[in-house]
Design a protein around this ligand. Structure first.
Ligand SMILES: NC(=O)c1ccc[n+]([C@@H]2O[C@H](COP(=O)([O-])OP(=O)(O)OC[C@H]3O[C@@H](n4cnc5c(N)ncnc54)[C@H](O)[C@@H]3O)[C@@H](O)[C@H]2O)c1
Ligand SMILES: O=P(O)(O)OC[C@@H](O)[C@@H](O)[C@H](O)[C@H](O)CO
Length: 385
């Protein structure tokens, strides 16, 4: 059994690789990072460490790498033979790898390979695999689309495991939190014969992806942006400050209100889920940078992303969303020179009035909401003076 996995980064090696290897798959990692690819091909394996007492090690074997920047043909050839395709490269990169997946599908068709497979985007976004499908289909003709409609599934997925930036001498070694959750939308699969152990299958992914994104990621981002305002550099430092944790609790209270109302989650179970999330942020065996958790702030300000979507939906329901708006106002202060989106955001703030920056980054048309976020931004700006 073969998995072709795009993105040999933290979650790719630290979660998707572990799960597929544990299910007996060989894995071909596709990445543009030469060091990672060379090392994978030299050693055909790597080590995962669990960030918890005992620091257990897990060895992953039977892996290799392809640099898609150098050898795109080899990627298509590998997809032509694959039993599953997965990605963990970042939502904004999906459209760049879509032509490679399309080439793999074309080769499967040319080879007469009618074994059904699923292409699963393991990204922090709503509708990730379906969005990837849209980009893949842009480069298929009608005949190829008909083949893909029959044999290639794009089931959406939610993945949850905190894997911070790795700072080890070994470029493949990856330290991960013990908690892990991977849910795949069963109704969108073409190959139900592959039922992975360690993965949950849902008939409808929407409640799970929203619960994950608006709890883990909204909470995480709140710790990052509130911590950033206070000058902290790591999530560990930030969660030692009660005012940061209080802000995260207020925000989770609001998204919890929405999720419970919208999806009917049991309030007690949901509150336990939230408490578990906060304890995960406090894991002393993990050192996670605010720079990583707050990365790409323009993406995170998006219309369907972790702040604006729950704000919109709470407003529609006439519920409180004040802590979410307060935190959204802090996002404009995220300024890390190595994060090109944060540099762009700061430039936008230099060039345009704040309300225009809010309009452009969030896609909001609701002028009242734009003014509320503007007021939060201006309040935080005054606090910095
Ligand atoms: N790290 C986590 O805690 C975590 C948890 C759940 C989900 N995710 C999601 O997983 C995805 C990846 O996150 P990550 O933390 O592993 O990031 P990462 O930066 O560690 O890994 C991304 C990898 O993709 C590679 N890449 C970038 N552009 C590429 C291209 N054009 N072709 C091939 N490879 C390319 C990079 O070289 C890198 O190795 C994101 O969508 C993230 O939201 C991350
Ligand atoms: O990956 P992002 O940039 O969407 O979000 C940053 C973190 O919140 C995220 O990577 C979490 O660590 C992860 O989603 C936990 O499952």
């Amino acid at each position: 059994m073969l998995d072709v996995h795009f993105g040999a980064g933290n979650i790719g090696r630290g979660f998707i690789g572990e799960t597929l290897a544990d299910n007996g798959f060989k894995i071909t990692f596709v990445d543009v990072n030469e060091t990672l690819i060379d090392e994978l091909n030299k050693r055909n394996g790597y080590t995962i460490e669990l960030a918890a007492e005992g620091q257990e090690h897990i060895e992953v074997h039977d892996v290799k790498g392809i640099n898609n920047g150098k050898d795109p043909k080899a990627v298509a050839e590998e997809i032509a033979k694959a039993d599953i395709v997965t990605t963990a490269i970042g939502p904004k990169i999906l459209k760049f790898i879509a032509p490679l997946i399309a080439d793999g599908i074309k080769l499967r068709q040319a080879n007469g390979n009618t074994d059904p497979i699923d292409v699963i985007a393991c990204e922090n976004m709503i509708g990730g695999s379906q969005s990837l499908k849209g980009s893949v289909y842009e480069t298929l003709n009608d005949d190829e689309k008909a083949f893909a409609n029959q044999y290639i599934g794009f089931p959406n997925a939610a993945v949850d495991r905190i894997v911070p930036l790795q700072k080890h001498d070994d470029p493949l070694f990856v330290s991960v939190e013990p908690f892990k959750e991977w849910v795949i939308d069963k109704s969108q699969m073409k190959n139900p014969k592959i039922e992975l152990k360690g993965v949950d299958y849902a008939d409808d992914l929407e409640p799970y992806i929203e619960r994950k994104l608006f709890s883990v990621n909204t909470g995480h981002a709140t710790v990052a942006y509130t911590g950033n305002m206070k000058g902290y550099k790591t999530i560990g430092e930030a969660v030692k400050d009660n005012s940061v944790v209080d802000q995260a609790k207020r925000v989770l209270g609001e998204t919890g209100d929405l999720l419970i109302q919208k999806w009917g989650f049991d309030p007690e179970v949901h509150h336990a889920y939230q408490a578990k999330i906060l304890s995960r942020f406090e894991n002393p065996y993990i050192s996670d940078d605010i720079e990583r958790v707050g990365r790409t702030p323009i993406r995170k300000l998006g219309f369907d992303e972790r702040f604006i979507r729950p704000i919109r939906e709470l407003k529609e329901r006439g519920r409180d969303y004040s802590a979410l708006v307060d935190t959204a106002g802090m996002m404009f202060f995220f300024n890390y020179p190595n994060d090109s989106e944060s540099v762009k955001l700061q430039q936008m703030l230099q060039d345009e009035p704040i309300e225009q920056v809010i309009r452009e980054t969030t896609g909001l048309k609701d002028e009242d909401l734009i003014n509320e976020i503007k007021a939060a931004y201006e309040k935080h700006l005054a606090e910095t003076k």
